[in-house]
Design a protein around this ligand. Structure first.
Ligand code: ATP
Ligand code: ZN
Length: 303
């Protein structure tokens, strides 16, 4: 039963107290933890910093957060112990559970790659024929090899995959790579990419309508936060005779805002720039006569 004295700022969506909370599972520690917590906070979801690190509630959003090992998250979401979860695509596809990917989240980027000794000669995937490949991703690697019609021996190991060739346990490995420095330090080189991965939001396939409603609200916030992270607000001063050239360089959400400055013959131009072509456009703006350029982060962006 709901506590009538509850100070929660949101209105419960269901009266039976069962379906009015969305339970989300995130990694309890590791590479996805910081970005997952940051995403929730940027979405305006206040996590209580309790000592109980298995789960925490929120005061201002109908969400309960469970802290779990990333490998367990797909199973928990399939079983509806958590309704949604944040986990790498690599884990989602390896575990192959009955869950849906709802949204790519843009962090935790890496790839599952096959690597071999740096001095080996590699022409094509036929190099892997009848070789021993050590990995923590047997399902994904088997699928990859089947597609390429390669027969190899897969050795499933649970950690420190990169040392397997050095100790004679395997001829090749399949492991997660981001910069490649771990492979390099272990005398290995990347030869095939099995999967490109990033953190994703997954969901249970049988959510109650009230849970779908909370998920939609959460997704709306995620998209606004991610859009804002990829864009910057730009303000600059322009002499009026250069205004048209400058405006042509700026996309803006609709079109740039132009306001007259107190000094005659000058205007202030405001716009939104995408991070990808940011530096290129700034240089061209300067060349076109823009002055006093200010760039400001955007907190939320709703289009
Ligand atoms: P847990 O204790 O939760 O099982 P773990 O040791 O399996 O943690 P981490 O090393 O923290 O997991 O990696 C979690 C996820 O981070 C990976 O499944 C992957 O999606 C992502 N990731 C991003 N870059 C890398 C990388 N260079 N190496 C490993 N994982 C990476
Ligand atoms: Zn793990």
């Amino acid at each position: 039963m709901k506590n009538p004295m509850s100070t929660k700022a949101y209105a419960p969506l269901a009266s039976n107290g069962k379906e009015d909370i969305l339970k989300i599972a995130i990694q309890k520690s590791g590479r996805l933890y910081d970005d997952s917590v940051k995403l929730l906070k940027d979405c305006g979801i206040d996590l209580k910093n309790g000592v109980n690190k298995l789960k925490t509630e929120c005061d201002n959003f109908p969400m309960e957060i469970y802290f779990l090992r990333d490998d367990d998250i797909p199973q928990y979401v399939e079983d509806a112990v958590a309704h949604v979860g944040i986990v790498g695509e690599n884990v989602v596809h390896e575990k192959n559970k009955q869950v849906d990917i709802v949204e790519a989240l843009g962090f935790g980027k890496c790839r599952l790659s096959i690597a071999i000794g740096r001095n080996e000669k590699y022409d094509s995937e036929t190099f892997l024929q009848n070789k021993r490949i050590a990995t923590t991703y047997p399902h994904l690697v088997t699928q990859f090899l089947e597609k390429k019609k390669i027969k190899a021996e897969i050795h499933e190991i649970s950690g420190s995959v990169e040392i397997a060739p050095g100790i004679g346990l395997a001829d090749a490995i399949a492991d997660l790579v981001s910069s490649g420095s771990t492979l390099f330090m272990n005398g290995l080189k990347e030869v095939e990419t099995v999967l490109e991965s990033q953190a994703t939001l997954i969901k249970n396939r049988h959510l109650e309508p009230s849970q779908v409603k909370i998920l939609d609200k959460f997704l709306f916030r995620i998209r606004a936060v991610r859009k804002a992270r990829n864009n910057k607000y730009i303000l600059l001063n322009a002499p009026n005779d250069k205004l048209q050239d400058i405006i042509r360089l700026l996309p803006g959400m609709k079109s740039p805002t132009v306001l007259p400055l107190a000094e005659a013959g000058w205007s202030s131009v405001h716009s939104v720039l995408n991070e990808n072509d940011f530096w290129d456009i700034i240089e061209r703006l300067k060349e076109a006569g823009a002055q006093g350029i200010l760039v400001v982060p955007i907190e939320k962006m709703i289009i």
